[in-house]
Ligand binder design. Structure first.
Ligand code: ZN
Length: 273
C-alpha cells in the first residue's frame, strides 16, 4: 500500500504528465470548404456497415460453389505458415469473384466492358438513396420494383438525384446468416427491367445495389444484362439497408484491384446524414 505522501507525489506526476501531453500539438485550423472540414463532419456521423461477412458456408450462387479458406503454405514444403513456427501466418482464399457482398463490373457480362480496376475512384463514394420495398412484400413477396413505385417514392422524398447510388431494401439479407437456404430462394423480390432502365436513363444514377444475389426476378436476367452492357456496375448481397434512411446518406464502396477483374467481394458502408 502507498503512503499518503507518496500517493500525492504520484498523483501530481500523473496530472503534470497529462498537462504536458495535451499542451504539445498545435491545432491546425480547419478552413471552410476543406477536406479537413469535410472529415470533421464525416467523423462525427454514424456509419452503418452494408457488407456481409463471408465464409465457406455463406450463400453463393449454386453454379459457382462454396469458397475454401486455408492457411497459406510454403510451396517448398507444403506446410502452412504458423505464428509459432514462422512468426507469421497468412490466409489462402479460393473463391469466385462474385462472392459475399460483391461488385459486378460491366465486364462481368460485356466482353468490352469496364473491369473492376477501371471503375473511376470518384464512383466509390456517392449519395445513397434507398427504395424500401418491405411494405409491398406482405401482399406480393416477390415484387419487382416498378417505375410507378419509384414515382410514388419521389412524391415523398423528392426526385432521385443524378449521380447517386440507388439501393433496393427488401430485408431478405436477414436470411443471409440464419437461413442461407431461404436466402438463395427463387423467386425473390428485385428490380423490374423498366425500373432499372428508368433509373439509369431518366434519373442518371451512377450505380445500383440490392440484397439478393441477382438483379432480376426473371430468369432471363434482362436488367443485369442491360445495365452491365451499358457501362454500369452494381453491388449484390448488400446488408443492413434497414438501418439507412431513404435519402441523405453517403455510400462508400471499395474493392481490391485485380487487373482485368470482373467482380470481387466489396466493402460497402453508409455514412448517415
Ligand atoms: Zn453478381
Amino acid at each position: 500500500m502507498l503512503k499518503p505522501a507518496l500517493l500525492r507525489i504520484c498523483l501530481i506526476a500523473v496530472v503534470l504528465g497529462t498537462v504536458v501531453a495535451s499542451a504539445a500539438p498545435p491545432v491546425i485550423p480547419v478552413e471552410n470548404g476543406s477536406v479537413a472540414q469535410a472529415y470533421k463532419i464525416i467523423a462525427s456521423k454514424r456509419f452503418v456497415d452494408l457488407t456481409h461477412s463471408f465464409s465457406p458456408v455463406t450463400p453463393v450462387w449454386k453454379g459457382f460453389g462454396q469458397a475454401t479458406f486455408s492457411g497459406a503454405a510454403d510451396p517448398q514444403t507444403g506446410k502452412p505458415y504458423t505464428i509459432a513456427k514462422d512468426g507469421f501466418r497468412a490466409s489462402f482464399y479460393s473463391m469466385v469473384g462474385q462472392y459475399g457482398t460483391h461488385i459486378d463490373a460491366p465486364a462481368h457480362f460485356d466482353p468490352n466492358g469496364m473491369t473492376v480496376d477501371e471503375i473511376p475512384l470518384k464512383q466509390m463514394i456517392l449519395p445513397l438513396v434507398v427504395f424500401d420495398m418491405t411494405s409491398m412484400l406482405e401482399k406480393d413477396p416477390n415484387h419487382a420494383l416498378t417505375i410507378a413505385d419509384i414515382k410514388e417514392w419521389e412524391r415523398r422524398h423528392g426526385r432521385v438525384p443524378a449521380g447517386c447510388f440507388a439501393a433496393l431494401r427488401t430485408d431478405m439479407s436477414r436470411d443471409w446468416k440464419t437461413n442461407p437456404e431461404r436466402f438463395k430462394r427463387y423467386p425473390f423480390p428485385g428490380w423490374s427491367f423498366e425500373a432499372i432502365k428508368f433509373l439509369y436513363e431518366q434519373r442518371g444514377i451512377a450505380a445500383n445495389g440490392h440484397e439478393s444475389m441477382d438483379t432480376d426476378i426473371s430468369k432471363t436476367m434482362d436488367s443485369e444484362k442491360w445495365l452491365l452492357t451499358h457501362g454500369h456496375w452494381q453491388i449484390e448481397a448488400m446488408a443492413h439497408l434497414d438501418d439507412v434512411p431513404a435519402t441523405g446518406a453517403l455510400v462508400v464502396v471499395a474493392w481490391p484491384k485485380p487487373q482485368r477483374g470482373v467482380g470481387f467481394p466489396a466493402r460497402v458502408f453508409a455514412i448517415l446524414p
